[in-house]
Design a protein around this ligand. Structure first.
Ligand SMILES: Nc1nc2c(ncn2[C@@H]2O[C@H](COP(=O)(O)OP(=O)(O)OP(=O)(O)O)[C@@H](O)[C@H]2O)c(=O)[nH]1
Ligand SMILES: [Mg+2]
Length: 344
């Protein structure tokens, strides 16, 4: 079959042209190569990067089972109805070997199948539990270059994932659901530091008022209009000097109710996301977020390359000989480390 032959043999240049020309097969292939860090991944990304920077990137995070995938599906449908195209990256915390929940996401997002204006990709987290995959940002870049108006990244809010999603997305949604038990437990402190919009999904479920009250209380305590800057590689919260909600220099984090299953509140949520995008651009905050995203990307690339070089220059026998020499005080850890690193 001609198709099989072309798929296997597609050159980097062909793939780049395909991605830019909205060829879905080329897009799928390019993402796979980038995700698996295949030999031409860097060449692909280098060619595609200049075409990125147009998509608005929306991060969706929250505890397991709060309805993120259902919400993302509903949001994508809402964007489609508004005439926009959507790329979706669903990060799955389960083992890449089981793939169970990957299938789950596919089933959940089935409503989007057959629409050429939507592209869904599930990714495994590869070890960093609950975190974003190393290549998530690269996959987003490919989708961005492919011309999708909005790229939505879904990740389970565990551990580092929240901070990572905030430095990957322009607009971050944190999804809560009623009845997750103790609200203070469920609503982790870190969440308010990254949420641009708080969503209480499953608003049809009992316990809604308690969850809403808990969130509103946290918002009042924490105050609003905090900003985030990057300082020595850390995402830092700085209080905005402006108190007023009306001031356009600040963004007010609000709590929105949705029933993703029934489509309730989705249109309002989409409009709030768009309002955030407008605010980012008008306030100048977009440039700051872009700087943050780029700094993050750059650091990741440098770190990955350094790790690769360190691994490559390690003695075949590992560190055992060095350790033994240091133990006998024939060497010291400082000189040994410097010796190893000089080869890097
Ligand atoms: N009652 C109700 N159920 C919902 C709603 N949204 C989603 N669900 C259900 O909640 C369950 C979990 O939904 P998902 O969309 O898979 O949740 P998720 O947050 O993506 O789950 P993980 O990715 O596994 O963390 C499914 O059975 C959904 O049908 C809602 O608004 N109301
Ligand atoms: Mg999900």
């Amino acid at each position: 079959m001609g198709l099989t032959r072309t798929r296997g043999a597609r050159s980097t240049t062909d793939l780049v042209a395909g991605v830019l020309g909205s060829d879905r097969l080329a897009l799928a292939r390019a993402i796979t190569r980038v995700e698996n860090q295949e030999a031409d991944a860097t060449a692909l990304l280098t060619a595609l990067y200049p075409h990125s920077g147009r998509a608005h990137i929306i991060g969706v995070t929250g505890a397991p089972g709060t309805g993120k995938s259902t919400l993302v599906t509903a949001l994508a449908q809402s964007y489609r109805a508004a005439g926009m195209t959507v790329g979706i990256v669903a990060i799955d915390p389960t083992s890449p070997f089981t793939g169970g929940a990957l299938l789950g996401d596919r089933v959940r997002m089935r409503a989007l199948a057959g629409d050429s204006g939507v592209f869904v990709r599930s990714m495994a987290t590869r070890g960093s539990l609950g975190g974003l995959s190393k290549t998530t940002g690269d996959v987003v870049t490919v989708m961005d270059a492919a011309g999708f108006d909005r790229v939505i990244v879904e990740t389970v809010g565990v551990g580092q994932a929240e901070v990572e999603i905030a430095s990957t997305a322009h607009t971050t949604l944190v999804v809560e659901a009623p009845g997750l038990g103790d609200e203070v437990q469920a609503i982790k402190a870190g969440i308010l530091e990254i949420a641009d919009i708080l969503v209480v999904n499953k608003a049809d479920r009992p316990g809604l008022d308690r969850t809403l009250r808990a969130l509103e209380m946290m918002l009042e305590i924490e105050g609003n209009g905090a900003r985030y800057v990057r300082h020595h590689g850390q995402l830092l919260r700085v209080e905005s000097p402006v108190e007023s909600d009306e001031d356009e220099a600040t963004w007010k984090v609000v709590v929105m109710k949705t029933v993703a299953m029934g489509g309730t509140g989705i249109e309002e949520l989409r409009q709030r996301i768009e309002a955030h995008r407008t605010w980012l651009m008008e306030s100048g905050e977009m440039a700051l977020r872009e700087q943050l995203r780029i700094a993050n990307t750059l650091e990741n690339i440098i770190r990955a390359e350094l790790n690769r070089r360190i691994a490559a220059s390690m003695p075949a026998s590992g560190l055992d000989d060095l350790v033994e020499a240091i133990r006998r005080r024939e060497s010291d850890p400082y000189a040994a480390a410097a010796g190893l690193l000089s080869a890097v």
